[in-house]
Design a protein around this ligand. Structure first.
Ligand code: GLU
Ligand code: MG
Length: 472
């Protein structure tokens, strides 16, 4: 979509891509005043800066200047000492114009997802979106492309001050039963606004249902290519919160915003296809679960790297309050056929679409993670399984919490890390993921996350849940 007469760039020397020209034309046609350039940091927080529309062409070309230190910032806005991320040094928040959207919940504003690049325009070694691009390139080198979807749950409610002066509470929007029709009634106006806002940004809403926890909602989005899936998840997080805040409500995707209530997962669904001819790589009609050898090996890689991978997919202190046995969030290193207590679930194919609908669901994943690091780490782990031919062992088709310890030992069912610190220790010891992250990104990530673990260790569950429902 281009509008004639709108200059693509004020500088004729800067050749704008057609995506850039389209983004500028759409921003002007919609009379936007500001366009947000958004990225996700090591604390999992979405941050950014906005540009006035009249300067959009040049800022698409150059990015907006930003301090390197922001990738050393925790979710509590404390700056951690990381070599190369101090007060000296500059990166640019450089938007990807192909991701331009108008923001239905923020009249007058649009947004784009951004990379963090060096002033010379080269990728910065701590950019999370670049990490996912590298992971996708590794897949492509072996002839694969990934389709993926984050499947986020969130809690809708309102913030209420504590009369005793403690942290605010999140009061849920419904007290309905799981999937109950009453839950549809109690949340209808909010949900309709959120669904329309998601669809208007090109995220394809597939379903809606009120889930188990009080106020818990699930609005799953159609799968997309891996980079788009992570971009979509950022837009999704922004939308469910933005719509709520404008309505005087509060929506939280935190893993456990309310102690004692069901947790909010963001299960990762993924499948591979052949780059050569588009055929599904995970499907094999002859197998008892419909899964191909490459599919089993991908699971083998996920299970082998699971404790370390968790540091990326379950990235907050609050994540580990969710990962409990018998909460359908997964708590053991097992996989199974349609087993919702397994870390990896082989999803039964849809009737009429038996091959292309085969996909894996990775349960220990939530929306406090940086989605680019989470999906990138997931790809590196699974691909390692394919490359090294790792066997995942036998499928476990019972709830592992109901097995005896000797049965779990025989099945290789280990308990997932109980704390963020345990997962970080596993990450630091995982050479594949540490090499993939690279020295600057891994040092900053570990420093940020270890600082968060130390900070929350000084406080009780109420403060932890409050801080997480504020940020996520
Ligand atoms: N709320 C669960 C979780 O924390 C998931 C429930 C479901 O299977 O949808 O992951
Ligand atoms: Mg669910």
């Amino acid at each position: 979509m281009t509008s004639p007469g709108i200059p693509a760039s004020p500088d004729p020397g800067v050749a704008a891509s057609s995506d850039a020209r389209d983004a500028v034309a759409r921003a002007k046609a919609a009379n936007l005043d500001l366009v947000r350039f958004l990225y996700a940091d090591h604390g999992g927080v979405i941050r950014g800066k906005a540009v006035a529309t009249r300067f959009l062409p040049e800022r698409i070309a150059s990015g907006i200047g930003h301090t390197v230190a922001m990738m050393a910032m925790t979710m509590l806005d404390t700056l951690e000492p990381v070599e190369g991320m101090g007060p000296v040094g500059e990166v640019r928040i450089k938007p990807d114009p192909a991701t331009f959207v108008e923001l239905p919940y923020a009249p007058g504003a649009g947004a784009m997802l951004a990379d963090l690049v060096r002033p010379d325009g080269e990728p910065w070694q701590a950019c999370a979106r670049t990490f996912l691009k590298h992971a996708i390139a590794e897949l492509a080198a072996d002839g694969y492309a990934m389709s993926a979807a984050f499947e986020p749950e969130f809690t809708l409610g309102r913030r209420e001050a504590d009369p005793a002066g403690g942290p605010d509470r999140l009061v849920p929007s419904d007290d309905s039963l799981c999937y109950s029709a009453t839950g549809f009634h109690q949340n209808h106006d909010y949900v309709m606004e959120a669904v329309r806002a998601l669809n208007a940004q090109g995220l394809q809403v597939e379903h809606y249902y009120p889930e188990l926890g009080q106020g818990q909602q699930e609005i799953p989005i159609r799968y997309a290519g891996a980079l788009r899936a992570a971009d979509n998840h950022v837009l999704y997080r922004e939308t469910v919160r933005g719509v709520a805040i404008r309505r005087g409500q509060w929506a939280s995707l935190a893993p456990k915003p309310i102690p004692g209530q069901a947790g909010n997962g963001s299960h990762l669904h993924a499948s591979l296809s052949s780059l050569a001819d588009g055929t599904p790589v995970f499907a094999d009609a002859a197998d008892q679960y419909g899964l191909s050898p490459a599919g089993y090996r991908f699971i083998g890689g996920l299970l082998a790297h699971l404790p370390a991978l968790l540091a990326l997919t379950c990235g907050s202190v609050n994540s580990y309050r969710r990962l409990q046995p018998q909460f359908w969030s997964s708590a053991y290193t097992v996989y199974g056929m349609d087993n919702r207590e397994a870390a990896v679930r082989i999803c039964s194919p849809l009737r009429g679409d038996a091959t292309s609908s085969v996909n894996l669901e990775f349960k220990p994943s939530d929306s406090s993670a940086n989605p680019y690091l989470a999906l990138g780490g997931f790809i590196y782990a699974g691909l390692d399984g394919i490359r090294r031919g790792l066997s995942p062992g036998e499928a476990v088709n019972v709830d592992p919490a109901t097995m005896t310890q000797p049965q779990r030992d025989a099945a290789g069912a280990r308990r997932l890390p109980l704390t963020l610190t345990e997962a970080l220790d596993a990450l630091a010891a995982d050479s594949l993921l540490m090499d993939a992250l690279g020295p600057l990104r891994s040092a900053a990530y570990l420093a940020v996350k270890r600082a968060e673990a130390a900070a929350f260790a000084e406080h009780d569950a109420g403060w932890e849940c409050f801080q997480h429902f504020l940020r996520f």
